[in-house]
Ligand binder design. Structure first.
Ligand code: URA
Length: 182
């Protein structure tokens, strides 16, 4: 089946499924044929308002850094572990993460990306619970046959120059990595 259609069906299923959090669904966006999938934590206020992932300040930095490596935001796919905004931007609970897990798993199966870039601690530890983002960001890991690169969350990169520089440096590795595993 067509990937776009399959993703649309999955999004419709999520709209009617009994899931925690009552804010707007932020399913994800980008190319269904993307080779690279970026996964954040959960939508913030602006994302909730617009129904799109990473469209606030963190999103601006993410988009800019994607463009700096010569890619376009619309050619990758961007989503979150939890697809509705937790109140007051609190961390998603283990129960919320668990409830949204089957949908994320299906989304990954449909897109079938070559690389998953996990943005921040939540997304990284969802796949690889033993990793420490400060130590492991920018390194390459395997998870169920897929390549995973943990990166700092762009919100962390916005808080300080040192983290921002590391964030950009790790992004710069992506084009070569994708060529290597193609
Ligand atoms: N932070 C996230 O983790 N995801 C978004 O979509 C926006 C901010």
């Amino acid at each position: 089946m067509d990937k776009k259609l399959e993703l649309g069906r999955l999004a419709s299923k999520m709209q009617t499924a009994k899931l925690p959090l009552k804010t707007n669904l932020v399913f994800g966006e980008g190319s269904p044929e993307a080779q690279v999938l970026f996964i954040g934590e959960a939508p913030g206020a602006k994302e909730d308002l617009l129904g799109r992932p990473f469209v606030g300040r963190s999103g601006e930095l993410l988009t800019k850094t994607i463009e700096e490596i010569g890619w376009k935001r619309e050619d990758v796919y961007i989503t979150n572990i939890v697809k509705r905004r937790p109140p007051e931007n609190r961390d998603p609970s283990p129960e919320e993460i668990e409830a949204y897990t089957p949908y994320l798993a299906k989304q990954i199966e449909i897109i079938n990306p070559k690389i998953i870039v996990t943005l921040g601690r939540f997304a990284t530890n969802y796949f690889l619970p033993e990793l420490k983002i400060s130590k492991d960001q920018g390194s390459v890991f395997k998870y169920e046959g897929r390549t995973i690169i943990p990166q700092f969350h762009p919100a962390a990169a916005l808080r300080g120059t040192t983290v921002k520089n590391k964030f950009r440096k790790s992004f710069a590795k992506l084009p070569r990595l994708i060529k290597k595993i193609s």
